[in-house]
Design a protein around this ligand. Structure first.
Ligand code: PMP
Ligand code: GLN
Length: 378
């Protein structure tokens, strides 16, 4: 066959997790919690199964779940979202992103993508025959250079992809960024894909700049979320997408013939669990404590921190330890120090390397301690 993605290898998350397992390294690479999820939510899935919620959910998702998500958006962001026409439950955030891209992009369309970026974006664009137009975030704060965005827009620009809080850097968008974005897209056919899977993982009392706050922007947006990040169950692969009724109608045309619908008992369980606001309001404080704990431990090493205001990732420079490239250094660190990370260079299509590693701090204190004990030796 002629590959549709000739330049795409195996995702860095699989590569680093496999290497971690092979060398019995502490895995701070791939982003997932190593502590148990809430037992009450597990019990509710069990109950839902026992109550017989074991057949197909509606294609759009379980209605009670969509209703509670619309209420949550109203409570947090003042948005007025119709659960019937504007929300679809998806098998994870990744699927929501892929489906949104596939729904609207035609071959030759251009998409503004900020790099470093989550590793699925560019292959998702390319497999649809569309063209990623890369704009570098400004190192080391990883802020958006809006003048560079303006210079990258052409008559073929169809979409701008945003991710706040940002993976891998932990950068977050500000209200000023939203104004810049609005000035660029208003009066154009440019759509927005806003990946907000780390919606609740935002720290230092910074408000999350969700597209759900801005009706004029939501009109042209797909906004994607993940329950895996929200409730520490990445293995559930469940999330949702919010959009305008017109865009969502098109999204569902693709979704209905791809997976059709998602795991029913977990949707029933989530619909009841989400009614307890504390179940999501506590997440930021819980994870900020982990960020701060990890940062304090890492202060005993020769790694140099960059700022992280969100996500469950913290980036570090290692220029006081080595002048190797990040990919090589990450492999050596896994093998020799027994700590797996992700090289941030893997999130750059252009191969740019600021010699930065990404560490996931969504781990038990003992895991973070063990990792840092080993990192202190390098
Ligand atoms: N977007 C970003 C930025 C992510 O970090 C992740 C997950 N790790 C996803 C999307 C995908 O979420 P899910 O696991 O629900 O597919
Ligand atoms: N989002 C997670 C990360 O950035 C991993 C997701 C995956 O393995 N596909 O590490």
């Amino acid at each position: 066959i002629t590959s549709k993605l000739p330049d795409t290898g195996t995702t860095i998350f699989s590569v680093m997790s496999a290497l971690a397992a092979q060398h019995q390294a502490v895995n701070l690479g791939q982003g997932f919690p190593d502590f148990p999820m809430n037992a009450a939510l597990v019990a509710r899935v069990n109950e839902a199964m026992q109550q017989g919620f074991n057949q197909y959910a509606p294609m759009q998702g379980h209605m009670l779940l969509r209703e509670v998500l619309a209420e949550k958006a109203a409570y947090l962001y003042g948005s007025r979202i119709d659960p019937d026409t504007q929300i679809t439950i998806t098998p994870g955030g990744t699927y929501g992103i892929y489906t949104a891209i596939t729904t609207v992009l035609h071959p030759g369309d251009e998409v503004i993508v900020f790099q470093p970026c989550y590793d699925s974006y560019i292959p998702n664009i390319r497999v649809n025959g569309a063209i990623p137009v890369l704009v570098d975030l400004q190192f080391p704060e990883y802020r958006i250079d809006w003048e560079a965005v303006k210079r990258s827009i052409t008559s073929r620009t169809r979409m701008i992809m945003l991710n706040t809080p940002h993976n891998p850097t932990g950068a977050v968008l500000s209200a000023e960024d939203i104004e810049q974005l609005r000035a660029i897209v208003t009066g154009t056919p440019i759509l927005i894909l806003s990946d907000e899977v780390y919606e609740h993982l935002i720290y230092d009392n910074i408000p999350h700049q969700s597209m759900l706050r801005y009706p004029d922007l939501l009109e042209r947006s797909f906004v994607t979320f993940s329950f895996g990040k929200l409730y520490h169950c990445t293995g559930w692969k469940l999330g949702y997408c919010v959009s305008s009724p017109a865009l969502m109608q098109e999204f569902r045309k693709v979704h209905q013939y791809n997976c059709f619908s998602c795991h029913t008992p977990s949707q029933v369980a989530l619909a009841s669990f989400l009614q307890e606001k504390d179940s999501y309001l506590q997440l930021s404080g819980f994870m900020q404590a982990k960020r701060d704990y990890f940062a304090q431990l890492m202060g005993h090493t020769r790694f140099t921190p960059l700022a992280s205001h969100g996500s469950y990732f913290q980036c570090y420079q290692y220029h006081r330890i080595s002048d190797e490239g990040a990919a090589d250094f990450a492999v050596r660190l896994t093998k020799e120090a027994g700590v797996a990370t992700v090289p941030v260079s893997a999130f750059y299509q252009s191969g740019k390397d600021h010699r930065v590693l990404r560490f996931c701090f969504a781990k038990k204190e003992e895991t973070l301690q063990k990792a840092v004990e080993q990192l202190m030796k390098v």
